[in-house]
Design a protein around this ligand. Structure first.
Ligand SMILES: Cc1cc2nc3c(=O)[nH]c(=O)nc-3n(C[C@H](O)[C@H](O)[C@H](O)COP(=O)(O)O)c2cc1C
Length: 151
């Protein structure tokens, strides 16, 4: 059965402290577990979120369009991709979390180079290459010093 995947980015209204993030993740994971939603959340010290949501079509769309997009704690919500996939990228996590740096997001979201052959094939609605990069980013060992400094 196919899974619906949605990737968006947004900007926090005020900076989230580590405690704010803990509270957000606690509620998020409980809800997502009950609703069979998995995914990844990245947060940068300058307040940008990048999130992947994956699960049953209606469950993901309701969560994003009815709840998350209306959440007053962030703004400029921009959907980067949305569509069906044969498998989940973050199967093991009700919502994985990683702090990231602004340059990490720039690198992850860098456009496909113009000469790339990827432009010659029809673009799927999901972004498998971005999802693979995000999965790889999640699994990289965390640079402890950089993470501490960023908070
Ligand atoms: C960046 C961000 C990501 C969020 N991700 C989720 C999520 O994955 N699952 C979830 O249940 N709530 C998530 N939330 C919280 C929802 O926006 C909302 O606060 C929550 O669903 C409670 O909604 P309610 O107060 O209308 O019941 C997120 C909020 C923010 C700001």
């Amino acid at each position: 059965m196919s899974v619906h995947q949605l990737i968006y980015q947004s900007q926090s209204l005020v900076p989230f402290t580590p405690l704010d993030l803990d509270h957000l993740l606690l509620k998020t994971r409980a809800f997502n577990q009950t609703n069979d939603i998995t995914g990844l959340l990245l947060y940068t010290p300058d307040g940008r979120f990048l999130q992947v949501l994956e699960g049953e079509h209606e469950a993901v769309r309701n969560l994003y369009y009815q709840r998350i997009a209306h959440d007053p704690r962030h703004y400029n919500c921009l959907v980067l991709s949305e569509g069906a996939s044969d498998f989940r990228t973050f199967n093991e996590w009700s919502m994985a979390f990683r702090p990231a740096q602004a340059q990490d997001l720039r690198r992850l979201l860098a456009p496909v180079p113009a000469q790339s052959t990827a432009l010659l094939v029809p673009r799927p609605h999901t972004r498998p290459e971005l999802l693979a990069l995000l999965r790889e980013f999640l699994q990289r060992p965390e640079p402890e010093l950089a993470t501490e400094l960023s908070w």
